[in-house]
Design a protein around this ligand. Structure first.
Ligand SMILES: NC(=O)c1ccc[n+]([C@@H]2O[C@H](COP(=O)([O-])OP(=O)(O)OC[C@H]3O[C@@H](n4cnc5c(N)ncnc54)[C@H](OP(=O)(O)O)[C@@H]3O)[C@@H](O)[C@H]2O)c1
Length: 289
């Protein structure tokens, strides 16, 4: 009797999500409930022995763990580099050693933000913040240490819950007559469930390029995004007023323009992410689920 079709490793591999209690990790687990999700309490990605104990040959690891407090990173440099550079390096070295795949998330903040056109994967990086520098160090470690790794840069992620930008605008609409929002930061608003679905598609595409950009399509300033939130919940969008970032000085200066080009994702034959306005509509419709 002939052997049945051998198992497709891309289908039978265990899916592991690190940073599983964060915004993107939670959405991945919601869309892929069979995945093994490890929060920081279960698995600290900087702990090489613990990482080794949790992973096995053939695993596909999606690393959502990161130090994401952008302003705090300016003074908490050591912790930022531990979470964003050392941890990913440990994961990458372990995956390479075991024969596991790694999909590692990175950020638009690796770019300087001086462009007036979307950043492509081949554009020079040049982060201006400790967070961006630590994430770039993480990207470099992952690519150097694990041949079977992808770095996926995303941006401006929200789910419409908790304290993300969209949820904050919904709350401010209730609490204030007018809200001033910066008009000189332009980026790619990205709905966490859309990003999670995109990452799951990538788990089935080991042949895709090693560095990819994945965001909802289109671009917006923070001000435009806030107005779209107000309009989407039936409030008067003119209650959101434009200002520039000098009105809100913060420890970490954000890139002025960090829109990510969808070219790499589309050219890999991966499903393009929809326009950010359509995604925002879904997020607002679901916020009371
Ligand atoms: N959110 C955005 O707008 C955005 C934009 C661009 C790129 N990204 C990237 O997307 C990825 C996911 O972001 P997110 O928004 O889901 O972030 P998040 O909500 O802050 O989640 C990150 C998770 O990682 C955990 N973590 C931190 N250090 C860890 C460690 N050493 N070991 C294990 N877990 C650790 C955190 O736990 P604690 O809370 O206990 O520290 C948290 O649960 C990150 O790589 C981030 O850099 C996010």
């Amino acid at each position: 009797m002939t052997d049945p079709t051998p198992p497709d490793p891309a289908v039978s591999a265990r899916l592991i999500v690190t940073g599983a209690h964060g915004q993107v990790g939670r959405e991945l687990l919601r869309l892929a409930p069979a995945a093994l999700g490890y929060g920081r309490g279960d698995l600290d990605i900087t702990d090489a022995a613990a990482v080794r104990a949790r992973l096995a040959p053939g695993d596909v690891v999606v690393n959502c763990a990161a130090y994401t407090a952008v302003d705090r990173a300016e003074t908490d440099t050591e912790a930022a580099y531990a979470g964003n550079a050392t941890g990913p390096a440990v994961l990458a070295a372990t995956c390479a050693d075991l024969g596991a795949r790694l999909i590692h998330l990175s950020t638009d903040y690796v770019f300087p933000g001086t462009h007036d056109r979307p950043y492509d994967t081949c554009d020079p990086t040049g982060p201006g913040t400790v967070y961006g520098k630590s994430k770039l160090a993480g990207e470099q470690a992952v690519l150097a240490q694990c041949a079977d790794a992808h770095v996926v840069r995303t941006a401006w992620v929200y789910s419409g819950r908790g304290s993300d930008f969209v949820a904050t605008m919904v709350r401010l609409e209730r609490d204030r007559d007018t809200v001033d929002v910066v008009d000189d930061e332009v980026g790619s608003p990205t709905y966490a469930p859309d990003l999670a679905a995109a990452l799951l598609e990538l788990t089935r595409r080991p042949d895709a390029p090693r560095v990819l950009h994945a965001t909802n399509a289109g671009k917006a300033s923070r001000f435009e995004l806030a107005r779209a939130v107000f309009a989407g919940i039936g409030a008067d969008p003119t209650r959101v007023r434009p200002c520039d970032s000098t009105a809100f000085p913060r420890p970490a200066r954000r890139p002025a323009f960090s829109v990510l080009s969808p070219r790499s994702w589309a050219e890999a034959g991966l499903t393009p992410l929809r326009d950010w306005r359509s995604a925002l509509g879904d997020a607002l419709a679901r916020r009371s689920d």
